[in-house]
Ligand binder design. Structure first.
Ligand code: BG6
Length: 513
């Protein structure tokens, strides 16, 4: 295959240089800054996409100053594998990083921040564009935006922009998401709000749009006439790691479904947008989410499955049960696994179920979308049972080995007419190579150039919670009796398989190419 030809037509870096600006990180001494944000900024600098007039100001409660903050980051982002070229880029960035110590609730801290922004901008000739990254616990989102407003730091004047990136979780149910939207809109216009979902930074997720709308052959069959059902899976082998405290307040449904999995679902199911402008794409995504009928109480019993992992074996080693993890209640009823069977009530999808599944401590790590096509309409090969006929299956692998494969039936060589399943497989890395990336590069860059396409709009977030909240309500009213109900290293509770069996379907053996 012409892999090298295709690869050579893709330049290392594409696009315009981001606007001159100051990035402010709230909660800068935390995990996200060192694990994702600084490495992503280094990668943007490597690709020459950051403006030379750029600076970062970290704000956190920890007792640090600019020098010690730079030192800390430098130790955290470098390791034995850092090459001299990478180290040079990292140094370039570190010289542009500053620190303001302060409490998120203290108005004085915002005064100091304002003064620091002004000083750094003057020193580096940066235009008065600022964006604020809220890498903090969700209870501070509203407060920070209010304080920014009070300190005049959110006001756009003289053609300069102010933007705010809000991390997840955005609310914990419909009511709290609405309240948070209302709160921050007291200070910010929707065009200033960037609700981040890191799934949209993944190449394969963005490729969904190109795959569907950049090719003429798929769209005509992308509907109820040809598609039997869709499976969307985000399976993880990790447990809650160090996040037991957070996870106890969240669970798998809140943590993954209204955001990440609904992004995958809406991009898979949406109508072609009239353009690739942010609002045109998000209008179509919102329509899909609004077309999912919220589950009734009875539906929740028959169309959802929840689970919690017990102990088991992962990668050959024993791992503890969820209830034995740090900061988890010994009798916790928090879900670490969920399946929802959803409908999309519109002309394209009526009668086509979307099975959405996610869980921790499962048998393998795989995030993928499976489009299961209908069977051939009649039996041409008399000796082949209908159940043996291969059905066509399109698998869009989001992680770990990004790619797309199409399964179809082929004749098994030999004198008999026997059919077997074969696969055409496209693997991203084979064609395009792999460039180290955190997934945050594109999202930070888009914020700096003012493109909101890959960020969630208020109505999308609320539409997601509208679907999920009735499930949370029923689950809360009926605490689970059988937790833990799946062993670590398995594919979740047996009810997840039984749900598909009742419909005459099976889960794809996820994790296989
Ligand atoms: C996060 C969730 O948003 O996404 C985590 O809070 C989850 O619980 C993670 O592990 C999964 O992201 P990825 O990119 O590893 O699939």
């Amino acid at each position: 295959m012409a892999t090298t030809e295709i690869a050579s037509t893709v330049p290392a870096a594409q696009g315009q240089i981001a606007d001159s600006c100051v990035m402010v990180i709230f909660g800068a001494s935390g995990d996200l800054t060192k694990r994702k944000l600084i490495p992503a900024l280094c990668n943007l600098a490597r690709d020459k996409l950051l403006s030379g007039e750029f600076a970062v100001i970290g704000l956190a409660t920890r007792d640090l100053d600019t020098e010690s903050f730079r030192q800390k980051l430098s130790e955290e982002v470098r390791d034995d594998t850092t090459t001299p070229a990478e180290a040079a880029i990292c140094d370039w960035l570190l010289q542009r990083i500053h620190y303001v110590q302060g409490s998120l609730e203290d108005p004085q801290a915002y005064q100091r921040l304002g003064a620091q922004i002004a000083a750094v901008s003057k020193e580096r000739g940066i235009r008065a564009n600022h964006f604020y990254y809220l890498a903090v616990a969700p209870r501070f989102f509203g407060e920070i935006v209010r304080q920014l407003g009070a300190a005049g730091l959110a006001r756009e004047d003289g053609g300069n922009w102010r933007r705010v990136i809000v991390e997840k979780p955005f609310g914990r149910d419909l009511e709290s998401a609405r309240a948070l939207n209302a709160d921050i809109k007291q200070v910010l216009a929707e065009r200033q709000i960037y609700r981040i979902d890191h799934y949209l930074g993944k190449e394969t997720v963005q490729n969904l749009m190109v795959f569907r709308f950049g090719n003429g052959i798929f769209e005509p069959i992308w509907n109820r006439r040809y598609i039997d059902h869709v499976q969307i899976t985000a399976a993880e082998t990790v447990g809650v790691e160090t996040r037991g405290g957070y996870y106890e307040t969240s669970g798998a449904l809140r943590d993954m479904v209204p955001n990440h999995l609904f992004q995958l679902l809406s991009l898979t199911a949406m109508e072609p947008p009239i353009s690739f402008s942010a609002n045109a794409v998000r209008d179509e995504q919102a329509k899909v989410l609004n077309a999912i009928p919220p589950l009734t109480h009875e539906d929740v019993l028959s169309r959802t499955v929840r689970g919690q992992y017990g102990e088991g074996i992962i990668g050959g080693a024993p791992v503890p049960a969820y209830r034995a993890e740090a900061n988890v209640a010994p009798a916790s009823s928090t879900d670490s696994f969920v399946v929802l069977k959803l409908n999309i009530d519109n002309w394209r999808w009526a009668g086509v179920p979307f099975y959405v599944r996610t869980g921790k401590r499962l048998a393998s790590r795989a995030t993928e979308i499976v489009i299961q096509f209908r069977r051939a309409p009649f039996m041409l090969f008399r000796k082949t049972g209908v159940g043996d006929l291969t059905t066509n299956q399109l698998v869009i692998r989001v992680a770990p080995s990004e790619g797309i494969s199409l399964r179809f039936g082929a004749k098994i060589p030999g004198p008999l007419m026997r059919q077997g399943a074969v696969e055409m497989d496209f693997c991203y890395a084979d064609y395009f190579g792999s460039n180290p990336s955190t997934g945050y590069e594109r999202l930070l860059y888009d914020c700096m150039i003012g493109d909101q396409t890959l960020f969630q709009r208020a109505d999308m977030v609320e539409a997601g919670w509208t679907v999920v909240t009735p499930v949370l309500d029923v689950w809360q009213a009926l605490p689970p009796r059988s937790f833990p109900n799946y062993a670590s290293g398995s594919w979740g509770p047996k009810e997840a398989d039984e749900m598909l069996e009742r419909d005459g379907r099976v889960w794809r053996e996820t994790g296989t190419a």
